[in-house]
Design a protein around this ligand. Structure first.
Ligand code: ADP
Ligand code: MG
Length: 327
């Protein structure tokens, strides 16, 4: 990248995003973060890789926003309110300054949308594809994080938003399906490129949910993680799994493709359990956060995840989710 050293890049594109006084305009080695009274910090980190989590031609501002949003989704699932983040960028040596400028605009946009601030990071060049990683910092009332462990037999299993759109969107980008309306295709692709982390609902779930996790690698596989950590069995009723209108159109034409919604990644919704007595409180929280919540099953004694079809019949699902190391 001619004319731009590492330090120019930081000063030009990233320093303007580091608005908190403790970030010292990115002119020091590290940032200072004063502890918040009565709050506990919640930390998470996600990396995204060109060609894996986004495609080479994807708009850079959306790549940046996706990076923040996949992390925000983890915080939301833990009931945390976001505060700020550290950012590592490994840019290919020949990256265009315009690409970085657009990337930084995307960060700026979502920083203001989600009330976030940039606290620091690192900028390096790589001979390989681009890699971006953010460490996201949020907070909850004193230790009141929502764990994956904590669900009880009898709890209802719930999910936010709609399931499968991100996976369908990725399929559309790779091999467009016939018979899908242009607006539906655009909707699915947007859901793949730009997850909607449930940051408004997340903190409201802290006193309501008994367990929660972020659905990012496939509903069934992620449900298995929750079941394992809570040491119980989860039942998912496929007929109740919420699909968007575009997802429903796909499922109607091709039921097998419809079923793939259960195991495709890129949902970034919250899967959580709720004791039945808190259902009213949940409804109020969903309304307050303007977030759709659907009961899709329940927790029982036992282990693993059972996926039930028509008439409660147990379905055999070979693919249950995405794993970076087994594909
Ligand atoms: P080091 O020499 O230890 O690698 P740097 O010179 O890379 O440190 O970093 C200088 C400052 O710029 C630090 O405060 C660091 O957190 C910040 N920084 C570097 N790259 C980024 C980035 N991509 N985003 C945000 N802050 C960054
Ligand atoms: Mg450095």
């Amino acid at each position: 990248m001619s004319g731009h050293g590492e330090f120019d890049l930081i000063a030009r594109y990233f320093a303007p995003l580091a608005t908190s006084p403790g970030a010292y305009g990115l002119k020091d080695d590290a940032a200072l973060l004063a502890p918040l009274r009565g709050r506990s910090l919640v930390l998470t980190k996600d990396a995204i890789v060109e060609g894996v989590h986004y495609l080479l031609g994807d708009p850079p501002d959306q790549v940046a926003r996706k990076l923040l949003r996949v992390n925000l989704s983890d915080l939301a699932a833990k009931g945390a309110t976001p505060h700020g983040y550290l950012l590592a960028c490994a840019f290919p040596k020949k990256v265009d300054a315009r690409w970085i400028a657009a990337f930084a605009r995307g960060l700026k946009h979502d920083q203001s949308h989600f009330a976030l601030t940039l606290l620091g990071g690192d900028t390096v060049a790589t001979p390989g594809p681009a890699v971006f990683s953010a460490t996201m910092i949020g907070h909850v009332a004193n230790r009141a994080i929502i764990r994956r462990a904590g669900a009880r037999a009898g709890d209802l299993l719930c999910v936010t938003g709609t399931i499968g759109d991100g996976g369908f969107g990725l399929t559309e980008l790779r091999t467009p399906q016939e018979g899908l309306a242009a607006a539906q295709r655009r909707f699915l692709i947007a859901r793949y490129r730009l997850p909607q982390p449930r940051t408004r609902l997340g903190p409201l779930l802290a006193p309501i949910a008994s367990a929660a996790l972020d659905v990012s690698d496939g509903l069934v596989q992620d449900a298995e993680h929750l079941a394992a950590q809570s040491n119980l069995r989860l039942e998912i009723d496929t007929n109740r799994v919420p699909l968007s209108p575009a997802g429903q159109a796909i499922a109607r034409r091709d039921p097998a493709a419809g079923m793939s919604a259960l195991s495709a990644g890129d949902d970034y919704e919250i899967l959580f359990t709720v004791p039945p007595r808190r259902l009213e409180a949940l409804k109020r929280a969903a309304l307050a956060a303007k977030t759709r919540v659907t009961v899709i099953g329940r927790a029982t004694r036992g282990q693993g995840v059972d996926v039930l079809g028509e008439g409660g019949k147990l379905l055999a699902l070979s693919v249950r989710g995405y794993d970076h190391f087994t594909r």
